[in-house]
Design a binder for this molecule. Structure first.
Ligand SMILES: CC(C)(COP(=O)(O)OP(=O)(O)OC[C@H]1O[C@@H](n2cnc3c(N)ncnc32)[C@H](O)[C@@H]1OP(=O)(O)O)[C@@H](O)C(=O)NCCC(=O)NCCS
Length: 179
């Protein structure tokens, strides 16, 4: 199954939502993505992933069998954030997602909801994935509400030590493909 499914994922390139479009990340997007990934308000909730630009290039520009990343742009082509599918596991037909909208003045306008629902619907429609999950800080009310609007439901909690030494409680949320 895995080879056939991998090729289906490879065909998912440009995904049109109602408010945003998801497309492959390009080299010229990397500086803006790095700027956002170092922004304290984003790092606070999404964590810091890359130490160097090369790390970011490797992750965003070279999809693997386990992960794909997409730029989020407005319908006029303005880059506003990033969304990714990772930990793709065909054996269990599960995958995880991560997302951020880097343009903070655009938060709370339904763009995150549209990006997440566009991505999960496309993957459920085109591949054998049955369940998509994510991890979100319990205190991140905005993100939890965004995921809830798409249909994700909390399944459990885990407490862990964050990069800055603080203790955080993460909520595991899941969405199953509708039959
Ligand atoms: C999380 C994120 C992707 C959501 O995108 P978005 O476009 O702001 O989300 P939406 O507008 O679709 O939904 C946000 C909802 O949260 C609500 N909201 C805002 N602040 C809230 C709070 N403190 N508590 C509860 N709900 C809140 C909004 O009113 C909106 O709900 P509504 O449509 O019912 O009014 C984006 O805000 C972001 O990138 N945040 C910083 C990084 C981050 O947290 N990433 C996720 C890590 S798991």
């Amino acid at each position: 199954m895995s080879l056939r499914e991998d090729s289906k994922v490879g065909k998912l390139r440009v995904l049109d939502g109602e408010k945003v479009r998801l497309r492959p990340v390009e080299d010229e997007d990397i500086p803006k993505l790095m700027e956002w990934e170092n922004d304290a308000d984003i790092v606070r909730w999404a964590g810091k992933k890359f130490q160097t630009v090369e790390d970011a290039r490797e992750w965003h520009l070279r999809p693997t069998l386990q992960h794909r990343t997409f730029a989020i742009e407005l319908l006029d082509g303005r880059l506003i954030g990033e969304i990714e599918v990772l930990n793709i596991t065909w054996r269990t037909r599960t995958a995880e997602i991560r997302v951020f909208i880097g343009e903070k003045d655009l938060w709370d306008r339904g763009l995150g909801e549209d990006a997440v629902s566009t991505l999960v619907n496309a993957f459920f429609r085109a591949t054998a994935l049955q369940e998509i999950f994510l991890r979100v800080d319990q205190d991140n009310g905005r993100a939890r509400r965004c995921y809830q609007k798409v249909g994700f439901r909390p399944e459990g909690r885990v407490t862990c030590r964050w990069e800055d030494g603080s203790r955080r409680t993460l909520v595991l949320m899941k969405l199953r493909k509708a039959n």
